[in-house]
Design a protein around this ligand. Structure first.
Ligand SMILES: Nc1ncnc2c1ncn2[C@@H]1O[C@H](COP(=O)(O)OP(=O)(O)OP(=O)(O)O)[C@@H](O)[C@H]1O
Ligand SMILES: Cc1ncc(COP(=O)(O)O)c(N)n1
Length: 270
C-alpha cells in the first residue's frame, strides 16, 4: 500500500496548538503525509490572537497549485478561511475533484477573536458546504449555519439534518464541546445519527481541539476509512489529547498530540 497524503488549507498558529501547525502534527501522528496551504498568518498564542495578516489570493492559489499539481492529496481539509475571495478560490479548485473534503468552519477563536469576516459566513454555507464530505461545526457555528439556537441533543440532531439535507453537506458532526454534560458529538450522514460520547474533562487546556479533531478525520479519510470510522477515531484521539493536555503557556494550553499513545489507540487499525 502506498503512502497516503492529506492537505490542510488554513491559518497559522506560531504557538503550535491550533491551525496549520496542529493539523500537520496530527497528520504525522496518524501516519499520513501532511501538506499545507497557508491562507492567513496569525500572531497568536495560548492567551489569544494579536494580529492577522491575509496572504494575497494569487499567492494562496500559487501554493495550492504547487501542491496539487505535484502531490494530489488523498483528502483535504479547510480550517480558517477568512474572506469571500479565499472561499471562491477554494470552491473553484475543489469542485469536481472527487477528493474527500473536510470543512472545519472556524469562525471565532476560543479567545473570542473573529477568524472569519462576517460577510463570508453565508458564503461558506452556500458555496463550500455543498462540496464537503464532512463538516465539523461546534455549536455556535452550527447555530449560524442553520439559523436557530441549539441547547439540547434534539436541537443538535435537528441542526445536523438541516446541514445535510438542506445545505448539502455529505455528512456533519455537530460537536458537543460547548453544551452541558458529557462531550457528546452527533454524526449525521443523511441516513442515521451516530453518537460519539466522552466524559467532559475538566480542563481549560483546549486550544486547538476543533482543528485536531477535524485533522484526524481528514487523515483517516485519506487512508480510505469510512466517515463513521474516521469520526470514531477522531473522538478517541481528541479525548486523550484533552485528557493529557499540555500545561504550556499562560492561557488555554494546547492538546497533547501524543495523548492517544498512552491509551494505545493504534494508527493502522483506527
Ligand atoms: N472538556 C472537554 N472534555 C472532553 N471532550 C471535549 C471537551 N471540550 C471539547 N471536547 C471535544 O473536543 C472536540 C472538539 O470540540 P469543540 O467543541 O471544542 O470544538 P471547537 O470549539 O470547534 O474547537 P476550536 O475552538 O479549537 O475550533 C469534540 O469532539 C468535543 O466533544
Ligand atoms: C489559525 C487558527 N485556526 C483555528 C483556530 C481555532 O482554535 P481555538 O478555537 O482553539 O483557538 C485558531 N485559534 N487559529
Amino acid at each position: 500500500m502506498g503512502v497516503k497524503s492529506a492537505l490542510t488549507i488554513a491559518g497559522t498558529d506560531p504557538s503550535g496548538g491550533a491551525g496549520i501547525q496542529a493539523d500537520l502534527k496530527t497528520f504525522q501522528e496518524r501516519e499520513v503525509y501532511g501538506m499545507s496551504v497557508i491562507t492567513s498568518v496569525v500572531a497568536q498564542n495560548t492567551l489569544g490572537v494579536e494580529q492577522v495578516e491575509h496572504l494575497p489570493i494569487s499567492f494562496i492559489e500559487k501554493q495550492f497549485d504547487s501542491v496539487w499539481n505535484d502531490i494530489k492529496p488523498n483528502a483535504v481539509k479547510t480550517g480558517m478561511i477568512a474572506t469571500i475571495d479565499m472561499m471562491e478560490l477554494i470552491a473553484e479548485k475543489l469542485k469536481g475533484s472527487n477528493v474527500p473534503y473536510i470543512i472545519d468552519p472556524v469562525m471565532v477563536a476560543k479567545s473570542g477573536h473573529s477568524l472569519m469576516e462576517e460577510e463570508s459566513r453565508s458564503v461558506i454555507r452556500n458555496m463550500l458546504i455543498p462540496l464537503s464530505t464532512v463538516v465539523t461545526p461546534n455549536v455556535p457555528e452550527a447555530e449560524f449555519l442553520v439559523g436557530f439556537s441549539i441547547n439540547t441533543q434534539e436541537d443538535a440532531e435537528k441542526a445536523a439534518k438541516v446541514i445535510v439535507e438542506q445545505l448539502g453537506a455529505g455528512a456533519v458532526v455537530v460537536k458537543g464541546g460547548h453544551l452541558e454534560g458529557d462531550a457528546k458529538d452527533v454524526l449525521y450522514d443523511g441516513r442515521e445519527f451516530t453518537y460519539f460520547t466522552s466524559e467532559r474533562l475538566n480542563t481549560h487546556h483546549t486550544h486547538g481541539t476543533g482543528c485536531t479533531f477535524s485533522a484526524v478525520i481528514t487523515a483517516e479519510l485519506a487512508k480510505g476509512r469510512s466517515v463513521k470510522q474516521a469520526v470514531k477515531t477522531g473522538k478517541a484521539y481528541i479525548t486523550d489529547a484533552i485528557r493529557y493536555s499540555l500545561e504550556l503557556g499562560n492561557g488555554n494550553g494546547p492538546t497533547n498530540q501524543w495523548g492517544y499513545r498512552l491509551q494505545g489507540l493504534p494508527n493502522q487499525e483506527g
